[in-house]
Design a protein. Structure first.
Length: 199
């Protein structure tokens, strides 16, 4: 069904607010960021913000969902490269470089998470939210690893769940070191680590 002008305008507003919100949260943290700053960065008024979201907290949760959607086409791209004849090292390198590009877009995001958790009145609820996000990421990664296994590129006995969890922990460490100590995010090193896990 074709979208009308109002729907298209509403979607454009949503996208701009999401982008602005991610930038402002990464610059200021969750606690210090304001609705006025986010709205202004997106080129809108507070009214436009409240037409889409009830509060900063609701906005933040929608932003988490929005960030998840940014990874939606990873598997399709992986399949395209496989059909084009890519080897396992090449496919893993593609995944690693994609992760680095995703992280470098907003490397401070991990601290926004921590800030949101620290200021929350109901930390159990926030932990539940974050756990759902974590499990979604793990499921996506596990699915990609199982796809590699089904294609005969990795051994049947490889524990895809364990590797997905180890990879998430590794990336959290890389992101923290990148932010705190200026250590670079290197796709080639991450790819090498993944390949060792897959052996």
């Amino acid at each position: 069904m074709r979208k009308n002008k109002f729907q298209l305008r509403s979607e454009a507003t949503y996208e701009k607010l999401m982008t602005a919100g991610e930038e402002v949260f990464c610059e200021r943290g969750f606690s210090s960021a304001t609705i006025d700053e986010i709205s202004s960065r997106a080129g809108y008024t507070r009214g436009a913000f409240y037409a889409q979201f009830e509060s900063k907290e609701v906005f933040f949760r929608r932003l988490i969902e929005y960030r998840q959607q940014m990874r939606a086409d990873t598997h399709d791209l992986l399949e395209q490269r496989f059909r084009a004849g890519a080897t396992l090292p090449e496919l893993v390198s593609f995944l690693a470089e994609g992760l680095v590009a995703y992280i470098e877009k907003s490397p401070e995001w991990i601290f926004v998470y921590i800030d949101y958790f620290m200021q929350a009145e109901d930390r159990d609820a926030v932990q539940k939210l974050f756990k759902a996000y974590y499990e979604s990421w793990i499921a996506e990664t596990k699915g990609n690893l199982e796809w590699l296994r089904d294609k005969g590129l990795i051994a049947r006995e490889v524990n895809t769940l364990e590797i997905a969890e180890q990879l998430y922990a590794l990336l959290d460490g890389y992101i923290t070191h990148y932010n705190l100590y200026g250590k670079p995010l290197e796709g080639s090193k991450i790819a090498g680590f993944i390949l060792k896990l897959l052996q």
